[in-house]
Write a protein that binds this ligand. Structure first.
Ligand code: DX5
Ligand code: ZN
Length: 214
């Protein structure tokens, strides 16, 4: 099943309610929520104050992507703030297992993510432990970057691992997704595509989402 998760990072924050309603009305499946701390990534986005209106107004699940150091300090608060899934970076922790357990204990879906410079094989031991893996197809930190073509082979590899072990772990891909490359990324084995600028900067965002799902 092809799913699209528009990244609220590219929304117009002066009209956040309007943009949330636009996604509610669209064929999108999830709201992707990019949280950056200025330390794990060289950019700062937003946190709990934006979770509040999202939780109140969004009629689709909130897929939280934490780009922060020490995710163990905050994952439970994001669960309490209404997250449907909480993801953090493998390279931000020594051992992801206790952090995954904090999320699971809240009854929230778990997601483990890696930047493009992290060996994709490092995800292998966790594919059966998480609900979703998020493969970054740009370096985390900014919207509007170009899709890194080498990501396709990593998606194929993880797809093959998941299928050969009979798992139903979802593969999410984040960064540089456009109307033009969405089909190729789905074909490589992705289940969920995050799209920020390709949705919110489109002349017709709902139509862009529809086209990505075709
Ligand atoms: C990047 C974020 C992405 C970003 C995607 O650090 O994790 O979710 O918003 O933006 P686009 O789709 O514009 O590459
Ligand atoms: Zn993201």
């Amino acid at each position: 099943m092809k799913q699209i998760a528009p990244s609220i990072l590219s929304a117009d924050f002066a009209h956040l309610g309007r943009d949330i309603e636009m996604i509610n009305q669209s064929d999108a499946d999830l709201f992707h929520v990019d949280v950056m701390d200025g330390i794990f990534v060289p950019n700062i986005s937003f946190g709990f104050p934006i979770m509040e209106p999202l939780h109140r107004l969004a009629t689709k699940p909130l897929d939280v992507h934490l780009m922060i150091v020490h995710p163990e300090k905050y994952v439970e608060r994001f669960c309490d703030a209404g997250a449907w899934s909480v993801g953090f970076h493998l390279e931000a922790v020594d051992d992801p297992m206790p952090v995954l357990e904090l999320i699971r204990h809240k009854g929230v879906r778990t997601c483990l993510t890696i930047n493009p410079d992290i060996d994709v094989h490092r995800l292998d031991p966790y594919l059966g432990e998480v609900d979703m893996v998020l493969l970054m197809s740009v370096f985390a930190g900014f919207g509007g970057q170009k899709f890194i073509p080498e990501s396709i082979d990593k998606i194929r590899y993880v797809r093959q691992q998941i299928d050969s072990h009979g798992l139903n772990t979802l593969i999410e891909v984040d960064g540089g997704v456009t109307v033009d490359n969405a089909a190729m990324i789905f074909d490589a084995g992705a289940d969920v595509l995050v799209a920020g600028s390709a949705v919110f900067h489109a002349a017709n965002p709902a139509e862009a989402i529809r086209q990505m799902k075709q």
